[in-house]
Write a protein that binds this ligand. Structure first.
Ligand code: HEM
Length: 543
């Protein structure tokens, strides 16, 4: 009979804590974890292959952690060539492919069927991922950043505020268009950056629509004071408006960088960003508390405060009286609606200046329909309905959003293991397996230029293609689709249409004052939205 002789307890403890043994244990634990993960992955892959015929996408890049690809993307972004980089990628690898970036598997797709699945038919399998954290300091909790019940509640609350009646009042746009016109040099020798003016105009009109009072940033000039000086910030005064204009632009810029850092966004939270968001919040809270006071005083006070106009905040205060909810939702809408519409207008004037034929055809239609000034006798009034039925104007807007969609690149994160319908296997027709936590990136910029959908001239600006009886559904997606489709689509198209009509009534000549790009591709600033990186410099005048 053998006798088990145990070593003394203190020598066992010493062995377990010796550095060499700890290292062995850690390596063993890590290896075991990796093996279990691998086995589990294989099991899931087998299950999805048997049940759905789904395959896993191989990564097109195999370097360690996908570092090379990450650096390539960052370089392209900094050089304002991200879109060209992506077009090249899709040309090389096909319409759906796998990538590795910073050690994570990240499928990319420009297949309408896959996008439709993420945004609509498999809506519940996908979420916004890190967007919430990136936007939290500025936007709090609102429609643009929440998922699940929080989003559904926001959407149900806000949707009625975007009915046709609310967004169709074009009269309130006229003062902002007027302010914009007063900033134009109106001469055949002087040019201006009209894109910059559109950014100001959309901030002015959006603040009026949302808060009932415009920040009138188009009136601000360097002489009105240093916008960065926040010491003089007094809400409700001109300095308050200036301070807000600067603080909102700045905090939005930092937020866009945070969004690009994804799960590392917490690393970017500098003091001046925190101060800027505090100013933005203080500014909005001022209007929120005015609206809440009016609500408590009753309907007559609200009528007095809004002068009978539709003001988003005063309508929303009837639905919720929680000041934080009101602030967050207003800021979510301001962020979603301002740069997108400015981008659309900027790209429209960029293209019209390069295509005199289109400019003249559009102007002829506008003068024929509306005359050469508002309320021209015998002509139509400029309103929601007449703008919508002005055919060539509609084609131009569709075509600008096709070539330069305001949101060119987007993504969704899988919240469970799931399947997208197409892109796998040797013929790229098999369903693909997407694992929980993976980010699927999709680019409507690239999809809108697919020749198999839009023809061999897909890269050309040709508004007439919209009159040729073809119809596109998930192939054309400037406003997204499915339950999260843009709420402000009609608002944006009305504002853009009205501004174009008024400017073309006023001016008969539009010229670009920049040299044409040698490769035909303007540099694009691609943050949350896409604008022209060097501005849109034009001469706009009457001969
Ligand atoms: C040309 C102008 C515009 C374009 C191209 C555009 C495009 C988009 C896109 C692509 C999304 C989806 C984002 C995502 O889910 O990842 C979106 C969402 C949204 N947009 Fe717009 N937008 C424009 C103007 C506006 C305006 C003017 C407003 C409001 C006044 C607005 C309000 C919203 C809101 C609230 C959402 C979030 C909807 C939700 O998640 O349920 N947008 N927009």
């Amino acid at each position: 009979m053998s006798v088990l002789v145990l070593p003394p307890a203190n020598s066992l403890a010493a062995a377990a804590t010796s550095p060499k043994n700890v290292l062995v244990l850690v390596v063993f634990a890590l290896l075991s974890y990796a093996v279990v993960q691998k086995l589990n992955s294989k099991r899931v892959e087998r299950h999805f292959a048997e049940k759905h015929g789904a395959v896993r996408l191989e990564s097109v890049n195999t370097e360690l952690f996908g570092l090379g690809r990450f650096l390539g993307l960052s370089r392209a972004l900094r050089a304002h060539k991200l879109m060209e980089y992506m077009v090249d990628e899709y040309t090389k690898h096909g319409n759906t492919f796998g990538t590795t970036a910073l050690g994570k598997h990240n499928p990319w797709t420009v297949e309408p069927e896959n996008i439709k699945a993420m945004l609509a038919t498999k809506f519940n399998d996908f979420g916004l991922g890190t967007r919430y954290d990136a936007f939290l300091p500025l936007l709090g909790q609102g429609i643009f950043t929440l998922d699940n019940e929080g989003w559904a509640h926001s959407r149900a609350m806000l949707r009625p505020q975007f009915s046709r009646q609310q967004v169709s009042d074009v009269a309130k746009l006229e003062p902002h268009v007027h302010n914009l016109m007063s900033r134009l040099p109106r001469s055949h020798t002087e040019s201006c950056d009209i894109q910059e003016l559109f950014f100001r105009m959309t901030l002015d009109s959006a603040t009026e629509f949302l808060f009932g009072e415009s920040v009138e940033s188009l009136r601000l000039t360097p002489e009105s004071g240093d916008l960065k000086t926040t010491a003089a910030f007094v809400v409700g005064s001109d300095t308050g408006k200036q301070g807000f204009t600067y603080a909102f632009n700045y905090s939005q810029e930092v937020t866009a960088f945070r969004a690009q850092m994804q799960s590392y966004c917490w690393l970017l939270n500098p003091k001046d960003f925190r101060e800027a968001t505090a100013i933005v919040h203080k500014f909005v809270d001022y209007y929120v508390s005015k609206a809440l006071d009016a609500y408590r005083d009753g309907a007559a006070k609200i009528e007095e405060m809004t002068a009978g106009r539709y003001v988003f905040l005063y309508a929303l205060v009837e639905v919720t009286q929680d000041p934080k909810t009101l602030r967050d939702q207003l800021l979510n809408i301001l962020l979603a609606g301002r740069d997108t519409t400015a981008g659309l207008l900027g790209w429209t004037f960029y293209l019209l200046a390069r295509y005199p034929r289109v400019f003249q055809k559009l102007r002829a239609e506008i003068i024929e329909t509306f005359g050469d000034k508002p309320n021209s006798p015998g002509k139509q009034e400029i309103n929601f309905v007449s703008l919508k039925s002005t055919a060539y104007l509609r084609y131009v807007l569709n075509e600008v959003l096709r070539l330069y969609p305001s949101v060119p690149l987007n993504n969704r994160y899988a919240v469970r293991d799931t399947v997208l319908p197409i892109g796998g296997g040797p013929d790229r027709k098999c369903p693909i397996l997407i694992r929980k936590g993976e980010k699927v990136t999709y680019s409507v910029y690239v999809m809108h230029r697919r020749k198999d959908f839009f023809g061999d001239d897909a890269d050309e600006f040709r508004p007439e293609r919209w009159a040729e009886g073809k119809s596109w559904t998930w192939e054309y997606l400037p406003f997204n689709g499915g339950p999260r489709i843009c709420l402000g689509q009609q608002y944006a198209l009305t504002e853009a249409g009205y501004t174009i009509v008024r400017l073309l009534q006023e001016f008969d000549t539009l010229e670009s004052s920049e040299a044409a790009e040698p490769d035909g591709n303007p540099l694009k600033r691609t943050m949350l939205t896409m604008s022209k990186a060097t501005g849109v410099h034009v001469r706009l005048y009457k001969k």
